[in-house]
Ligand binder design. Structure first.
Ligand SMILES: [Zn+2]
Length: 271
């Protein structure tokens, strides 16, 4: 399941491999007749050079010459695989990008999450309007984070899972962040004081960057376009460690349900 660190790593890898290459053709499979935008994708994007590959929240943006962009959100199931020969056409492959150095196959994702958006509309496009703060971007600073956090209400963990507050954090990232910040997942967010918000801010930063340092997480089988996997799932302090000792105080890690989500934490360390 790709979250913000995995999409950031994927973006960097794709950028390195495909910038300057030509997107010669786009082929659609599986249910493409239900998606009227596929013709548009072909007309506006095919047979053009790839100028850059960037990211906005969890959206990957492949910018092409001529002023259009292929924008896709891998959601929770999607991934891309690269092959030098066309090997992997099956029911789970709705689209193949033929690039002049091989084939980039989209897997396990509905075509409705693939769009062509002109560069001039990119900045204010409606699909980005509800994106929360991006903790891997330059806009992420403590003053801004403090300000948006003070406007929030409700259970802390559920807020962190809400992409309109902070974009791209999955369940296990949130549990790891709350452990580092020493905050209980069920805390009321509006009751956090300045120090606690600062701790949350730096813990988000630290967990995401620690994950990026080890190649992201491949929990639930996520892999990059070249088949490589991350190792962050081996470094969890609390997630999926029910009954095992807390790395700080050695008491047992607890599992509770918060908003329907399995939640791992240390009752002793997280207040
Ligand atoms: Zn503890």
């Amino acid at each position: 399941m790709p979250w913000l660190p995995e999409i950031e790593i994927l973006k960097k890898k794709l950028k390195k491999k495909f910038t300057g290459k030509k997107l010669t053709n786009i082929e659609f499979y599986k249910d493409s007749i239900y998606y009227p935008q596929v013709k548009l994708l072909e007309n506006e994007l095919a047979n053009r050079y790839i100028l850059n590959i960037t990211r906005k929240g969890k959206y990957l943006i492949i910018s092409l010459e001529g002023g259009n962009n292929l924008v896709l959100n891998l959601k929770i199931t999607g991934f891309l695989r690269y092959f030098s020969e066309k090997l992997l056409i099956n029911n789970y492959t709705p689209m193949i990008l033929n690039v002049d150095n091989g084939y980039l196959c989209l897997q396990n994702l509905s075509l409705r999450y693939v769009r062509s958006i002109p560069t001039i509309q990119l900045r204010n496009h409606p699909i980005f309007k509800d994106l929360g703060i991006d903790p891997l971007s330059d806009e992420y600073n403590i003053d801004k984070f403090y300000k948006i956090t003070k406007k929030r209400k409700g259970i802390l963990k559920l807020n962190l899972l809400d992409p309109t507050y902070v974009t791209g954090l999955g369940n296990y990232y949130v549990d790891e962040i709350l452990f580092l910040a020493k905050l209980h997942p069920k805390r009321e967010i509006s009751k956090l004081n300045r120090l606690e918000i600062e701790s949350l801010y730096s813990s988000i930063n630290r967990v995401l960057n620690e994950s990026i340092d080890v190649g992201g997480s491949s929990r639930e089988g996520f892999c990059y376009h070249d088949g490589s996997k991350g190792r962050f799932q081996n470094n969890f302090n609390v997630y999926d460690r029910q009954g095992k000792p807390c790395p700080l105080c050695r008491r047992n890690i607890n599992r509770i349900i918060v908003g329907g989500r399995g939640t791992y934490h240390c009752e002793n360390c997280q207040k």
